[in-house]
Design a protein. Structure first.
Length: 768
């Protein structure tokens, strides 16, 4: 049978009674012309039909929808109604009126209304985002077949399976079998379907249509299958026991620790990822932690690449956060318990340092350890003692001296950046020199100061959770912070454009992305002539009872400093982290500018250069191949690699090799920032006037600070942690935000027209 897509009713009538993997409900249809000529007769036929139930659904079947020219999804009216003459007449009229035309080919479809469904949703035989060979099923487990298609569902599940996966997931496997059968009727073209599972477990096909405007993938089905197979093999090795590390079971994630999904994106190009690895995640991250009393993991890269998709080696990360004084035996049980907790609570993958692995001594340390199964009473004592010792070092011991030294390094980098402007060496030599200096005097102290800020925030949050200080005090404290974001917004209307750009011109949304212009390169894109944001000058103080309670809590656990000294440390560490990022990103931005200028001279545009590997560029200093030849090969390899990267869809957390092939997107627990309420239209960051809008962006770094000058209503990101740069920015500037919504919720919310956010109760409502 050849399936030709005409109207919804034509397609379903052709399939009625012919499917082996599902059923089509009885159909009664008629043309708009028939209705206009004899609506009374049609109403009588509907009333007399034995195949229709007391409740029916009257559905659009316009020639402008579900056809090869376009889907027209959601454009036309459909409605449930009671089978009575009056309601049938009014409902059919409303459906026809929604067409906005009179065309002989247009029809109306009447079917029994399906009650008490166990499951319903939509399914695609291609990934809607990439066009690649995945089956994607969005579904809900309740009796409302419109929740997924309308976007109103708050508990929508997303299941993704590689095209020829043999993983069995019950009804989901049956839906995939239905997709395969429908493919056989239409030459395997891309399709999407609506389905439901009835109360008696029948799989009901509600709609099938061609998938129009699907992104083009350059990877065919066989090649894609081979890529998935290679990733399974590599993942098997990454998850296997490693004698260098505690924890028998490995784990990979896109958000833990140095969260690559937030910093460079889920599918970064080669230059951005290689820069990030060179400057931070190959060795700097572990070297700095070791200096401050954590376990030595310097010879283990933090990030692994699954055909270009960067994943944090979670086991390596957890090992790097274990106090060095713990014995190997206790470390083994400690890390294993933390990995198990994350495996059982995947929604915590962007909060591991606060809610999975204790990395410092906090006021709620016992509650944190209670959640780690597998630790003995003695283990808990050893872990608490080691964390207390490490925390004391950070707050007032040798760690404070190292923090001071890190500030000195940053000042050194500032001077080196000025000197580099006068350098007369070759472009390649200058690039390498700036990267080496950035690594030693920029990202290294930044990594150390970031750890200090995490410790400060962890202690502060525990003080709130233990009701030592109030939520209001916490909010006012965070809003009082004056980091680069505040200064930028204050300076924008105050300084002349040239003076402003001398200070902030190096910032770019996407610190490591050469394709994105910096503020200096495209000021009109980011900097409006009228500043709409006015930060409320917030003061804060500890209430007398809060100060007493905090002093008592510090004394009880053996942290010998005053309440205000602790708060000062926390504030200074947060600001220092943000300042460090601001400083070292100037070097990164200059390196990107140099690569762009150098590449342009050799005939490479910015898009091509984004595929080059920084390690290849650096290597060209010491080989005889020549820079142009090296760049050509590097760009060519990068483009081929990115072709494969773009064709892949993988889970945010991998604990088993089977998850490479088939997985559910884990339900996220978003990070709500501030306690404010916002309501507004949903917009992307490049959609014109953003005043009052709920701005949605997949990931953001300090280069997106310009958004806060647009008087936005709120910010939502797919990726990002509760202590990420943008979380700190939003708290500092008192902008309601959801940082790290997760893919599933982000896709739902970014598809809406209008949202209402209530951060105080952590609720999001789709209004339109």
């Amino acid at each position: 049978m050849k399936l030709e897509f005409k109207t919804k009713s034509d397609t379903l009538e052709l399939l009625h009674g012919k499917l082996k993997t599902g059923i089509v409900l009885p159909i009664f249809s008629f043309t708009v012309t028939d209705w206009l000529d004899n609506y009374e007769g049609i109403v009588c036929e509907i009333m007399a039909s034995g195949m229709l139930t007391a409740d029916i659904i009257i559905r659009s079947s316009c020639g402008l929808e579900d056809c090869s020219n376009g889907s027209g999804a959601g454009l036309f009216h459909s409605a449930k109604c009671v089978r009575s003459e009056k309601t049938v007449k009014s409902t059919v009229s409303a459906v026809i009126e929604s067409y906005g035309r009179i065309d002989p080919s247009d029809k109306v479809l009447v079917q029994p209304f399906l009650k008490n469904t166990k499951m319903s949703g939509v399914a695609f035989n291609r990934d809607p985002r990439t066009g690649s060979h995945y089956d994607v099923i969005n579904y809900t487990l309740c009796d409302d077949t419109s929740l997924v298609t309308s976007g109103r569902g708050s508990n929508i599940h997303t299941y993704i399976s590689a095209g020829n996966s043999d993983v069995n997931h019950g009804f989901l496997t049956r839906i995939i079998s239905l997709l395969r059968e429908l493919e056989s009727f239409c030459d395997t073209q891309a399709i999407d379907i609506e389905f439901a599972v009835s109360s008696n477990d029948e799989l009901v096909l509600l709609q099938v249509r061609p998938f129009i405007a699907l992104p083009v993938t350059e990877i065919d089905a066989d090649s894609h299958q081979n890529l998935v197979r290679q990733i399974r093999n590599a993942t098997s090795e990454f998850l296997a026991p490693d004698s260098r590390l505690s924890g028998q079971q490995g784990m990979l994630g896109i958000m833990p620790d140095w969260n690559p999904a937030e910093i460079v994106g889920v599918r970064p190009r080669k230059l951005a990822l290689s820069l990030y690895r060179f400057l931070i995640t190959d060795s700097v991250w572990a070297t700095e932690r070791r200096k401050y009393g954590y376990r030595d993991t310097r010879y283990i890269p933090l990030i692994v690449s699954l055909h270009g998709i960067p994943y944090v080696d979670v086991r390596a990360s957890f090992n790097s956060l274990v106090p060095a004084e713990l014995s190997q035996e206790v470390s083994e049980r400690f890390v294993s318990s933390c990995l198990k907790r994350l495996e059982e609570n995947p929604h915590l993958h962007d909060k591991v340092e606060f809610e999975v692995i204790p990395t410092c001594f906090t006021f709620n340390i016992d509650k944190k350890l209670d959640k780690l199964k597998g630790l003995s009473a003695d283990d808990r004592v050893f872990v608490k003692s080691a964390l207390l010792s490490l925390t004391q070092s950070y707050l007032y011991g040798s760690g404070r001296k190292r923090i001071a030294a890190d500030h000195t390094k940053l000042n050194k980098l500032i001077n080196l950046q000025k000197e580099s402007e006068l350098s007369s060496v070759s472009d390649i030599a200058r690039i390498y020199q700036m990267l080496a200096e950035c690594k030693k005097y920029g990202t290294a102290p930044f990594a150390a100061l970031a750890r200090s800020a995490f410790i400060g925030m962890d202690i502060l949050r525990s003080a709130v959770s233990e009701k030592i200080i109030s939520e209001e005090t916490y909010t006012n404290f965070m809003a009082s912070i004056r980091a680069p974001a505040s200064r930028l917004l204050e300076d924008l209307p105050r300084l002349e454009r040239d003076e402003f750009l001398k200070i902030y011109g190096h910032l770019r949304p996407g610190t490591y992305d050469i394709r994105v212009p910096s503020y200096a390169q495209d000021p009109e894109r980011y900097l409006t002539s009228e500043l709409r944001f006015a930060k409320r000058r917030t003061g804060w103080h500890l209430e007398p009872d809060e100060e007493r309670a905090l002093e008592a809590a510090l004394e009880k656990v053996g942290l010998n400093l005053s309440a205000y000294a602790l708060m000062e440390f926390i504030q200074q560490s947060i600001v220092a982290r943000e300042e460090a990022k601001f400083i070292f990103s100037r070097s990164v931005s200059k390196v990107l500018d140099l690569i762009k200028e150098m590449g342009s001279k050799l005939g490479f545009d910015t898009d091509a250069l984004s595929h080059a590997d920084i390690f290849d560029i650096i290597e060209s200093r010491t080989n005889s191949s020549g820079l142009k030849n090296t760049l050509e090969h590097s760009v060519s390899r990068g483009k081929e690699s990115y072709r494969e990267t773009h064709a892949l869809t993988l889970p945010p957390l991998i604990t088993d090799i089977e998850e490479v092939t088939a997985f559910h997107l884990p339900a996220a627990r978003p990070n709500f920032i501030t306690r404010k309420i916002a309501e507004g239209a949903v917009k992307q960051s490049d959609q014109g006037d953003l005043k009052g809008a709920i701005v949605v962006i997949p990931n953001a770094d300090p280069g997106f600070d310009w958004l806060f000058g647009q008087d936005i209503g709120a910010l939502i990101t797919a990726y990002g942690g509760s202590n990420s740069h943008m979380a700190i920015r939003a708290a500092e500037l008192e902008v309601p935000a959801i940082i790290g919504a997760g893919e599933a919720l982000f896709n739902t919310w970014s598809s809406a027209r209008k949202l209402r956010l209530d951060c105080s109760v952590e609720r999001v409502e789709v209004i339109e």
